[in-house]
Design a protein around this ligand. Structure first.
Ligand code: MSP
Length: 510
């Protein structure tokens, strides 16, 4: 059975979940659900990044210990993901003992392999990025991402010999063209490598909130250096070699574009240094923008609405869980930046969901309920809907497999459009009851069944409801995809009733 291991970045536990982090998590969840649907053995990991100066500062500011603070914040992420129907298989916290164990073993392997040495670090640091800068990489002494003042740092630190991996990384990229997607982001990662790699300071002595360095009590690991290892902790690195061997060869990271250097340069080099192969694939996505800016707390101007202020729960309360999931998946292709707006959600809701999908289900169930005695008929083998259905299945599967939920949904909506056009052309609501009407309805019910299967990774609850409305039991995700996603599987005889709209239209002042 094929396997699929997918991760999100682990989110900093200094802040609350917001639309940006929800974007990554919903995309990852839909991709994981797709792989479960097609029968892959799937593991989906998310979690919280709980060390570092930023988290320690936030805890102190709120009068709590870092542990109390991260307990609270980590729970907020779990709650937000529950509200968005995120079905993760594991949620990792970097303060867990299992993580300490894996980090210490992984870094000791790098140390033993001779890639860690002691030196003095002198330079600039941005607490928001938890990243080092030089005068050249800063913007007039300020952080290029957050615009905040950089801190001058001078410490005796342990360093990772990243520079030793330049050639090996170039070779890895050349041998694995699909290592980082999309191609523009792969080129960005490669240009970091081609620009020359400097060794990185990987420990700190000025803070104590971190994983202790096993060979030197005075140091804790620099937060990024422990965080990246979470992807291996969760599959048992240093504790269960069989699990690592099982999952690492089919591992995929979904990340935002601002953390390419960490995931596509540092992390593969760290794995090479520890004697384990790099992750198999990194899928990079763009930023959701509100008014053209990514808008982190530190950057936004006083009083402005910030993306990071919008809690996912506010949106799901207003529009429903699956419509928000649909919007996040459908509006912006993974890899591009996209605009986030209430108007955009409303437009998708009213057009794609209420007018296209909702209306299709309502029309078909109403005609069957009122003109066919509420009894469904099987589709025809030579139905005019068969070709558009087969195209939607093929294109949508290809897109889901290729980390492109937006295109997958676009292909599925192609089938919805073709079915609505077919119904408008034949106007079954005006047809006489009889065999011809029954056959047309059988074709439309089959198209709806296939739409429910193809959309279930995006809108699991709605698709379950559609399943029920077309007289089927269970859920589309219970099906064996390779058997059920074939034209002609819908059986005659199901009972169908008229029901409430799936997506009542919403007004723009809603
Ligand atoms: N803790 C690190 C990641 C460590 S992974 C080993 C971190 N955390 S974060 O809380 O800042 O989350 C960053 C991730 O959140 C981004 O990579 C991206 O996936 C997501 N997003 C945050 N803001 C976003 C947008 N405005 N738009 C889209 N995604 C955004 O970095």
């Amino acid at each position: 059975m094929p396997r699929f291991y997918l991760t999100t970045p682990i989110y900093y536990a200094n802040d609350a979940p917001h639309v940006g982090t929800a974007y990554t998590t919903v995309n990852a969840d839909a991709l994981a659900r797709w792989h479960r649907l097609i029968g892959d053995e799937t593991k989906f990991l998310t979690g919280t990044d709980e060390h570092g100066q930023k988290v320690a500062d936030a805890a102190a500011k709120n009068g709590q210990s870092p542990q109390e603070w991260t307990d609270l914040k980590s729970q907020q992420f779990r709650d937000a993901w529950a509200a968005l129907d995120i079905q993760y298989d594991d949620f990792i916290r970097t303060t867990e003992p299992r993580h300490y164990e894996s980090v210490q073993k992984f870094l000791t392997a790098i140390y033993d392999n001779g890639y860690i040495y002691k030196d003095t670090y002198k330079g600039l640091y941005c607490v928001s990025c938890e990243d080092y800068y030089t005068i050249e990489t800063s913007v007039e002494g300020k952080c290029p991402i957050h615009g905040r003042d950089l801190i001058e740092m001078e410490e005796e630190n342990w360093f990772f010999r990243l520079s030793a991996f330049e050639e090996q990384l170039k070779e890895h990229y050349a041998a694995h063209p699909g290592f980082v997607t999309p191609e523009t982001k792969r080129n960005e990662a490669l240009s970091f490598i081609n620009g020359g790699l400097r060794d990185i300071s990987i420990t700190r002595t000025s803070i104590s909130w971190g994983v202790p360095v096993p060979w030197d009590d005075a140091h804790v690991f620099y937060v990024w250096y422990d965080a990246l290892i979470n992807y291996l902790t969760a599959i048992g690195y240093g504790r269960d070699d069989d699990e690592v061997a099982k999952w690492w060869p089919c591992s995929h990271h979904l990340i935002g574009k601002e953390i390419i250097r960490f995931h596509c340069v540092w992390w593969p080099a760290m794995c090479m240094a520890a004697g384990i192969g790099p992750v198999s694939h990194v899928q990079v996505h763009g930023w959701l923008l509100l008014g053209g800016q990514k808008l982190s707390k530190t950057m936004a101007s006083e009083g402005a609405v910030r993306l990071t202020d919008i809690a996912p729960i506010e949106l799901t309360n207003e529009f429903g869980v699956d419509p928000i999931r649909y919007y996040l998946l459908r509006e912006t292709a993974l890899g591009n930046d996209g605009d986030f707006s209430h108007e955009g959600i409303l437009a998708r809701y009213n057009t794609d969901l209420a007018n296209n999908l909702g209306n299709l289900v309502a029309r078909v169930t109403t005609v069957v309920a009122t003109k066919c005695d509420g009894v469904a008929t099987a589709p025809r083998g030579d139905s005019p809907l068969r070709a558009p259905a087969e195209l939607a299945i093929e294109e949508s599967a290809k897109a889901w497999n290729g980390f492109a939920p937006q295109s997958a949904l676009e292909a599925t909506w192609g089938l919805i459009g073709a079915t609505n056009a077919y119904l408008e052309q034949l106007a079954p609501w005006k047809m006489e009851p009889g065999a011809e009407l029954n056959a047309v309805m059988g074709d439309a019910l089959e198209a709806i069944r296939l739409v429910a299967i193809l959309s279930t990774p995006a809108m699991p609850k709605v698709c379950e409801e559609i399943w029920r409305r077309i007289g089927l039991s269970g859920a589309p995700s219970d099906e064996v995809f390779s058997v059920s996603a074939i034209w002609g599987q819908y059986r005659s005889g199901a009972t169908i009733q008229k029901s409430e709209p799936l997506f009542p239209r919403m007004k723009s002042d809603a």
